[in-house]
Each structure stands twice: as structure tokens, then as C-alpha cells.
Design a protein around this ligand. Sequence first.
Ligand code: ADP
Ligand code: 5GP
Length: 218
Amino acid sequence: MTDAEAGAHRGILLVISSPSGAGKTTLAHLLAEQEKLEFSVSYTTRGARAGERDGVDYKFVTEDEFSRMVERHEFAEWAVVHGARYGTAIHTVNRALEDGKDYLFDIDWQGGAQIRRQWPEESVLVFILPPSMAELERRLRRRATDAPEAIERRLVTATRELEHFADYDYLVVNDNLETALKELSSIYVAARCARARRGHYGHALLGEARTREPPQSQ
Ligand code: ADP
Ligand code: 5GP
């Protein structure tokens, strides 16, 4: 009998990745709110953008603090993205697994691959695609949160990120935001209903049904 059949409920690790500007942060926050999902707040060495809050959008740390966390094996995964380091704390993943809480991870393909390798049963990987490269560039420029050189770097990195879409379980094209959110929440709801996670209900019900069965005459 598997853990799920025995009744153990381990949380879903819902990983969302995309090229910068495709809208994954927008979608991830909308999904977290709609589905009452916990959002995994990453550590990063990059500076806060205007409006970003420490401990809410990211935990902003120095290079030294990040290095110390790496040495103490405090990250479930970490990677260098656009020249800064980003990482997911191991305690966040442990909370998801031990308390059965579903968590949403807005992380890049390197992080997604590390999570998948360590927790293949619990992870569900979704890749957000922009409708076109021209629209991706427009969104990055319209967002205006990065300097022009940083935007150029994000566009170059977009190709590297896109190269990994085939490693993901699901692809969502973020053209119309409402449609993309509906698709994303459908993926999450379907994952919650997967037999691997719901099997214990079936087993409990079957056990109960059998106790109610009149004894079979041979
Ligand atoms: P990412 O986290 O992937 O870098 P963001 O969520 O920051 O992307 O979105 C990039 C920009 O595009 C933001 O200004 C956001 O408001 C905008 N945006 C997101 N989704 C859409 C959409 N479906 N249509 C138009 N603009 C969008
Ligand atoms: P941004 O600087 O635009 O917030 O994020 C840059 C990139 O870093 C995005 O692709 C985002 O998904 C990724 N990222 C954010 N947090 C983490 C993390 O903890 N681990 C990894 N591997 N990538 C992250």
C-alpha cells in the first residue's frame, strides 16, 4: 500500500516557471489568493524593486548571508538567475511535506529541476509561456521595474529559460490573464484530485462499505 492509500497526506509542491515578464508572478499571486495556497517566499541577493516588501515578496539577504545558508545546507534548491542568487528554504518544503500543506513556488527551471529530482511524487511543474516574444518584450518594458540593461539581460535569458519548457508537466499560455488563471487553477485542482493523492478516501470508503456488507453465505 502506498502512503497515499494509507492516508498520509503530503502537500503538493506546485512549481511555476517562465521567462521573466511572461506573467508568472502575477498569476502565482492570483492563484495563491484564489485557492488559499501558501506562497513560498524565496531568499535572494538581488535588491528590492520599488514596492517590494522584505519577507513578503522575497527575503532580501546579502551575499554573505546567502553563502552562510548554502554552507549550512539550509536550501532545498538554489540557483543563479540574471546574475543574482535565489533559493528556497528547506524548512518551507518540509512544512509542505509534513503538514500536508500545498505550496506554490515561483522559481526558475534550475530550481524546478532540483525540486522534481528530490520530490518526484509531490511536485507538479507548470511552465507559463508568453503569447509571443514581442509581447514578452512589451511586458518587460511596460513593467519598468528594471534598468534597460537588466531588461536586455532578461530577454537573452528568456531563450535559455524557454529551452526547458519540455521538462514541465503543463504549459499555460498567458495571453488573456483570466483564461490563463483558469487553466492554472484547473491544473492545481486536478492535481489535488489525482488518485495518488485521493486514494486514501477510496480505501477508507471501501473499508467502511465492507464492514456494512451482510456476511456472504458460502
Ligand atoms: P514575471 O513574474 O513572469 O516576470 P510579471 O507577473 O511581473 O512577470 O508580469 C510582467 C508584466 O506583464 C507585469 O507588468 C504584468 O502586470 C503584465 N502582465 C501579466 N500578465 C499579463 C497579461 N495576460 N496581459 C497583459 N499584461 C500582463
Ligand atoms: P525576479 O528577479 O524577476 O523576481 O525573478 C527572477 C527569476 O528568479 C524568476 O525566474 C524567478 O522564478 C526566479 N526565482 C525566484 N525565486 C527563486 C528561487 O528560490 N529559486 C530559483 N531557482 N529561482 C527563483
